[in-house]
Design a protein around this ligand. Structure first.
Ligand code: NDP
Ligand code: OXD
Length: 309
């Protein structure tokens, strides 16, 4: 029996070595070299081409190579009856927090303005408030949002978060559900999106939401591209209602060359790198779940397929 692997980030040798440390008896096959599809017992993948997973009739479990699982649900033939697990890992959370803190500090300390000033050789001082007077809001207080929120609070920021269910996180104000979204937004100067992409959250970063943020607010989106209505962001930036944005994820990846986002002076772009699951961390998790799946036990970090995250 074998595991089929697929990723657009080419680190196959590293994956092979790490998986061999933890499950030496498991044959790893790298998509598209599937061999006999009936041999495939497990799948470890991100953005597997549509229709592929449905070919493996003997699948016991599917493992996402990342925290997000929306990439599976784009495929209408995705085998929903097979248990699906995602990555929840302290290092993945810590790396995401690095990204969030890096860009919150850039927004907080007007770095984009200084970058423009440098290009124009302008020496002009701006006076941002202290972190204790800066309000940062996080959409999504799950494995990643929770970690980032605590770290930002430890730096002194006024941190709030919005999720489906109420949270108890020291020094973080928790808002929950559609009924509390407007109140949350009205108090946010730097908005970070760490929601999963589901039917409910697609397009949530739109003109209506931006209008509810205070004048001068900014956005950091390492969630998913389809959370954002790109044209609405451009309008909010051009009108001056919003000050700047940092985007890591996009509706189409790689971001097409003709996208207006590339050259917008108030937008910073990174190529979906906020936090990438490391083979040495994920292989150990997958190995535990392989044992569980073979014993017919519930997987660690098993996804609620009906809820979509
Ligand atoms: P989790 O599932 O742990 O957390 C999701 C959070 O979003 C939860 O707090 C959940 O609420 C909340 N949520 C979900 N749906 C709604 C809704 N309709 N209304 C309000 N709140 C909602 O996910 P992670 O923190 O592990 O990951 C979040 C996302 O980050 C991933 O799905 C992925 O898209 C993105 N990501 C991006 C990476 C990158 O490199 N750019 C890397 C890794 C992840 P509740 O707690 O109440 O269930
Ligand atoms: C993830 C990602 O979901 O890298 O882990 O986007």
């Amino acid at each position: 029996m074998a595991l089929i692997f697929h990723s657009s980030i080419k680190r196959d040798d590293w994956w092979r070595a790490e998986m061999a440390k933890h499950v030496p008896d498991l044959e790893m096959r790298f998509h598209p070299d599937v061999g006999n599809p009936d041999d495939i017992e497990f799948a470890l993948c991100f953005n597997m081409p549509e229709g592929e997973l449905a070919r493996f009739k003997n699948l016991k479990a599917i493992f996402s190579l990342g925290a997000g699982v929306d990439h599976f649900f784009k495929d209408p033939t995705f085998p929903k009856h097979v248990p699906l697990a995602r990555v929840v890992d302290d290092e993945l959370s810590a790396r995401m927090t690095e990204y969030v803190v890096q860009h919150v500090l850039n927004h907080h300390r007007d770095q984009l303005t200084y970058d423009h000033q440098q290009r124009q050789k302008v020496w002009k001082v701006h006076h941002p408030p202290a972190a204790t007077a800066r309000k940062v809001g996080i959409l999504g207080l799950g494995a990643l949002g929770n970690h980032a929120a605590k770290t930002l609070a430890s730096l002194g920021f006024q941190v709030s978060g919005w999720s489906r269910s109420k949270k108890e996180i020291p020094s973080v104000k928790s808002y929950a559900g559609a009924g509390e979204l407007d109140q949350f937004l009205s108090e946010v100067e730097i908005l970070v999106c760490l929601l999963p992409l589901t039917e409910e959250t697609e397009g949530i970063l739109n003109a209506d939401l931006f209008a509810k943020l205070p004048e001068g607010a900014s956005l950091i989106n390492p969630g998913r591209g389809p959370h954002l209505v790109e044209e609405d962001l451009i309008k909010a930036l051009d009108s001056g209602h919003m000050s700047c944005a940092t985007l890591d994820v996009f509706r189409t990846e790689p971001l097409p060359e003709d996208s207006p986002l590339w050259s917008h002076e108030k937008i910073r772009i990174t190529p979906h790198v906020a936090s990438i699951a490391a083979p040495n961390r994920v292989a150990a998790l997958v190995a535990q779940n392989i044992i569980r799946a073979r014993n017919g036990e519930k997987l660690l970090n098993q996804v609620d397929v009906d809820r979509g995250y």
